[in-house]
Design a protein around this ligand. Structure first.
Ligand code: GLN
Ligand code: ZN
Length: 767
């Protein structure tokens, strides 16, 4: 009896980033809507055919999106906020992209903000957040799901449509008015949802994949009841199609019972992150249902370990029977690059142990074949040999790094004195005014700067010419900051394309892809580095740039580094050691740089950790373990400095109130933290808990082109003064200025400096 192969989703960006090019051209007005649709259809066709060729039985549809799958779902269900002026009927391209990107119109001046964007669980993918109102109505308004199913049928492929489940759709959204709970919308949502499923059944869909990733989160009783209600209703009102209830990204743990209670024809489990669920799944698995085993890691790029996967599959087969088994990736493959075939420059030894999306499809088919007995079992042996050959490669182990890490003591993780003592000495050295002003690090990167970097990388520009160019840019930005009157200056980060890639390229132990793009959001794709071996910093990385900047001014220039947790989070990490260990190695490498910067006379060093919060486990019970090693890694990176050297850190992208104690434990002298987008909601936490060190709650949103007024900034600073000691408050933007334009940031920074002056005048001399 055949074991089915089940894929959960395939990258939709196109092998040559076709989707990016097409959507961006469409936005610019140089590509017609019809051409964009054609490009999308081509990508879908290639994806479906590829999956068919590789032997996938359950090929997903509706996993494609022009921008984001949650946005699609908002449109499918007619959850379009009023400000987009949609008046019913099918949601058109303009409304769709307006929701994704907002509208900026000059004449008459009008701005419609996009839907909010946030991280998709702990991935680096960002989704658009559905907005809900008390009187929210739903109605089928976007035929995408049906159209794509029909489109594949025409190609002779009966796909398995994928939908975000009703509960995850609600839970991942947000109420836009007070006084109601979005779960209460379920009653109105379900009929529309079941209507859609029935349409798909009527068109001939045999299987449906309903994604309920929220099953991996901590759920309340109300959530659980809603889950039961929703799936009972789907079960009663939908007929003629089999449902695969799908969860991923973590073990289900105490939600396992709930999931198996929800009526479905098949259940998918992430057995990479959730292998600990396996015994419980098997011992209580419903008699007639099918079991989809997510054994291929959809979150990382390493070749599967067949022996380990086969052990899981065999256990499941003994219990459930081959006829009810499916082999699958742990989650959708959109989080990995498309194919190794486009990576001619990777070290062949490394390449031998990698598998991207296309290769993962092969692995799925191979495992199913092995489990059925239709493939030669020696394949398992061969796979084992490939892994073993890699494990003994000299480039992955660095005895020096290992020895250093072994000898780390508690003292290495601590500054020599407490903050109160340090700040006294730092004040003397730095003599900064009240409400000191600074920026987060990067300054606008003009087309010229990007071109120079690119040409240098491609060998078209000599090192001296390039370095000269960067030094001139540094000089320009130092002069500009002095002219603006900022107190602590930065060098602008012009030599960096990306805050992770830049350092990764200078460390040992990292490898880089040529075409390995992964969607981050909309048309923004990233190429995360691969950490394959022990990490070391062979030589100073930033010292010369920072020292050059410092040589041009009497004001302190900050050394700018990316923190260890962020470096590891935004890379593909090795699987042969815990993430915490990899992070510690990176911390040690950064520590070397911190040391060298201090030796070179730099008085302030900032270590950014924007990704610290996103690494938090879904379940609260696991938070402490993570926070402990993450905070320790940060401290390992910076606690080698003298009391006089001031350590800054910066964090953005998320809410911090629930981990503020861990953030305090990082013991940075100054914390620059995103706060303006939520109107300083962040400060609420300080009403109960005091933040012990200095802090710069971001006073304006760098993601918006709007220039903040002086009075606005003053108002935010006043708000901060209500809960924080005045002498501890810094004035800075929410994040780096890299993506902004020059005139705009200059105007914003001018107002920021003016606002700080207003505050100084108001409070100087008062305690
Ligand atoms: N120092 C970096 C910059 O200013 C920080 C970027 C970030 O937090 N994402 O660009
Ligand atoms: Zn930031």
């Amino acid at each position: 009896m055949a074991i089915l192969t089940n894929n959960l989703g395939f990258p939709r960006i196109g092998e040559n980033r076709e989707l990016k090019k097409a959507t961006e051209a469409f936005w610019k007005g140089t590509l017609a809507e019809e051409e964009l649709r054609q490009c999308a259809a081509d990508i879908r066709r290639k994806n479906w055919q590829r999956q068919k060729e590789k032997g996938i039985d359950l090929i997903p549809s509706n996993d494609f999106s022009l921008y984001d799958q949650m946005l699609d779902m908002c449109c499918v269900l007619g959850a379009v906020p009023e400000r987009f002026g949609w008046s019913g009927g099918q949601v058109g391209c303009d409304t769709y992209f307006a929701m994704a990107r907002g509208v900026q119109q000059e004449d008459p001046p009008r701005g419609v903000p996009a839907l909010e964007m946030t991280k998709w669980f702990d991935t680096n993918y960002h989704y658009l957040v559905p907005e809900f109102h008390r009187d929210q109505e739903f109605c089928l308004s976007f035929n995408k799901t049906l159209d794509e199913f029909a489109e594949a049928m025409k190609l002779g492929i009966k796909t398995k449509p994928v939908l975000i489940g009703p509960l995850s759709f609600l839970i991942l959204g947000k109420e836009k008015e007070a006084g109601f709970d979005r779960l209460s919308l379920l009653t109105r949502l379900l009929p529309v949802y079941t209507e859609l499923l029935n349409h798909l059944a009527a068109r001939g869909a045999e299987w449906m994949q309903i994604d309920e990733p929220c099953l991996a989160l901590d759920l309340t009783e109300a959530h659980k009841e809603a889950y039961e209600r929703a799936f009972q209703e789907i079960n009663q009102s939908v007929s003629g199609v089999k449902i695969i209830l799908t969860s991923y990204f973590g073990p289900l743990d105490n939600n396992l019972e709930l999931k198996l209670k929800l009526p479905a024809d098949a259940y998918h489990f992430d057995l990479v992150r959730g292998e600990i669920d396996l015994e419980a799944v098997l011992s209580s698995f419903p008699a007639a249902a099918s079991l989809s085993l997510g054994v291929i890691n959809g979150r990382n790029i390493w070749k599967n370990n067949y022996q380990r996967s086969m052990a899981i599959i065999q256990k499941a087969r003994d219990k459930v029977g081959a006829e009810r088994l499916m082999v699958a990736p742990s989650c959708s493959l959109i989080h990995v690059p498309i194919t190794l075939a486009n990576e001619p420059f990777l070290n062949p030894e490394l390449k031998a142990v990698l598998a991207f999306a296309a290769e993962k499809l092969e692995e799925i088919a191979t495992l199913a074949g092995l489990a059925e007995g239709s493939l030669d079992p020696s394949l398992i042996e061969q796979n084992q040999q490939i892994h073993q050959a890699w494990q003994i490669r000299p480039e992955i182990t660095n005895p020096q790094v290992r020895a250093r890490l072994k000898n780390i003591t508690a003292e290495d993780l601590q500054r020599s004195h407490r903050f109160t003592e340090r700040i006294r000495k730092q004040r003397k050295v730095l003599s900064l005014p009240l409400f000191p002003t600074t920026t987060t690090g990067s300054f606008p990167q003009t087309r010229e700067i990007r071109a120079a970097r690119r040409r240098f990388k491609q060998g078209e520009l000599s090192r001296t010419v390039y370095e000269d160019f960067i030094q001139k840019e540094i000089q320009r930005v130092i002069e500009e900051q002095e002219e603006l009157g900022l107190d602590v200056l930065v060098h602008g980060e012009f030599e960096r394309n990306d805050m992770v890639e830049y350092f990764a390229e200078l460390f040992q132990g990292f490898a880089f892809m040529t075409n390995g793009w992964v969607q981050s959001f909309g048309s923004r794709y990233v190429k995360p580095p691969i950490i394959y071996g022990d990490v070391q910093r062979p030589e100073p990385m930033t010292v010369r740039w920072i020292c050059h900047a410092q040589s041009l001014t009497a004001r302190p220039v900050k050394g700018m580094l990316t923190g260890p947790v962020t470096m590891a989070r935004w890379s593909f990490v090795r699987e042969d050691q815990p993430r915490s260990e990899t992070t510690r190695q990176i911390a040690l490498a950064i520590r070397d740089e911190v040391h060298d910067l201090e030796q070179a006379g730099i008085r302030i060093i900032q270590i950014d950790e924007p990704a610290l919060r996103e690494g938090l486990p879904f379940k609260r019970q696991a938070w402490n373990t993570y926070l402990q090693w993450a905070v320790e890694a940060f401290r390992l990176a910076c606690c080698c400095v003298r009391d006089e050297t001031q350590i800054h850190t910066h964090m953005c992208y998320s809410e911090f109130n629930d981990i503020i104690e861990a953030i305090s434990a990082m013991d940075a002298d100054v914390l620059a933290i995103e706060a303006s987008r939520s109107q300083m909601e962040l400060l609420e936490v300080f009403e109960e808990k005091t933040y012990p060190n200095q802090i710069g709650p971001g006073v304006y949103d760098v993601h918006s082109p709007r220039v903040p007024e002086v009075s606005e900034i003053v108002r935010l600073l006043e708000k901060a003064c209500e809960v924080l000691p005045r002498e501890n408050i810094w004035v800075n933007p929410d994040c780096g200025l890299k993506t902004r334009s020059d005139p705009e940031s200059r105007a914003s920074l001018r107002n920021l400096v003016d606002a700080a002056r207003v505050m100084r005048d108001r409070y100087a001399g008062k305690s």
